[in-house]
Design a protein. Structure first.
Length: 348
């Protein structure tokens, strides 16, 4: 199978050309990723009838990704999710970050990784590696590094995402992917009928600004219990403080994988018959039910509404830098940050 050419994906406000790179495996599954934010734009997977459906929300060209603030398909870094008070201390030195979320730091502040053009380091028919140079003090973080993000499709209909970097100082790194999935198709409306299983016995409750309190709470007897498959919408509007604070699910679960690359979640859509399995070696996963999408103009003429997708963002726990009982997102000088997440699609 020949290597397909990249296609133009529009021009940024400052005149930079964005490109769209196609990936394909032997069975016809296709992914399209852009160098703007190393973002996943389209993902075509077969349904129970053998028809291909695009199962990720996205925009038609780079202008949508520039204007949108939902992080669709984005490679998020240097540190994904929230850091309370927009500051942290490392080895006795205080680091100030952008206060871009109620006085806190969300997804590393205003100069987002997902709002930059990345360089293509290598590509093949079924894989592409993007690289972004992040200098010392970038977004307020110590240490320079080259962040590599590799997307690849294997013959088991798995989209693999591999993150690699070696900082020249001790620093915080917590990369994730912020794709919104709808397994009935990106244009099919609500995703709250999807059934979710999470291999997690606990979650990290947060305050009204979504900053974890430091507690690790059992999911037993709560609406946060997805150890057995349950529709996302079944308990989402329950009278439970974490759900009220988040206007739905927008929380971190404590995974049972003990740092090993294992299956940690499964989502099934009955209408399409598509099941998505999630694998990672990271300790946490943020379940986000698109609570704040509001008539967002997307690709193919579709407007995305509240809860029309589900994000499963593998990660270190939010605000871990302020909680010694959480696994720490510290990467030491000269050591390799090396983590993988995979989304496998099948029909049962």
């Amino acid at each position: 199978m020949e290597l397909q050419k990249a296609a133009g994906f529009g021009t940024t406000k400052d005149g930079k050309e964005a490109q769209l790179y196609p990936l394909e495996n032997e069975s016809g599954m296709k992914a399209y990723v852009t160098d703007y934010g190393a973002s996943l734009v389209r993902l075509y997977v077969p349904d129970q009838n053998g028809e291909f459906r695009d199962v990720v929300l996205g925009y038609k060209d780079v202008s949508g990704y520039e204007q949108g603030d939902g992080g669709m398909g984005a490679s998020v870094g240097r540190s994904a999710n929230r850091i309370g008070g927009a500051k942290f201390c490392l080895h006795g030195t205080a680091y100030e970050l952008d206060q871009n979320d109620n006085g806190n730091n969300l997804h590393s502040g205003y100069d987002y990784y997902q709002k930059r053009i990345w360089t293509v380091d290598s590509r093949s028919r079924n894989a592409v590696t993007f690289v972004l140079h992040s200098p010392d003090q970038d977004q307020g973080y110590p240490g320079a590094l080259d962040m590599h993000v590799t997307y690849s499709l294997d013959e088991e209909n798995t989209l693999n995402i591999h993150y690699e970097a070696v900082p020249d100082q001790d620093t915080v790194i917590n990369m994730t992917n912020h794709s919104y999935f709808n397994l009935n198709g990106h244009d099919s409306g609500t995703a709250m009928n999807h059934k979710l299983t999470l291999l997690a016995d606990a979650f990290t409750p947060a305050d009204a600004q979504s900053i974890p309190t430091g507690e690790i709470r059992s999911v037993e007897g709560t609406p946060m219990d997805f150890r057995n498959a349950k529709a996302l919408g079944e308990d989402i509007d329950a009278d439970y403080e974490p759900l009220i604070f988040g206007d739905g699910y927008d929380h971190n679960w404590v995974l049972n994988n003990n740092g090993k690359f294992e299956k940690v979640a499964e989502v099934t859509a009955e209408e399409s018959g598509i099941t998505m399995e999630v694998y990672t070696d990271l300790p946490g996963i943020q379940l986000y039910t698109a609570n704040f999408l509001d008539h967002e103009p997307g690709k193919d003429g579709v407007c995305y509404e509240k809860r029309s997708g589900v994000c499963l963002e593998t990660q270190y726990y939010p605000d871990a830098v302020h909680h010694e009982n959480f696994p720490q997102p510290l990467c030491r000088k000269g050591e390799k940050y090396d983590t993988r997440t995979a989304y496998r699609f099948l029909v049962r």
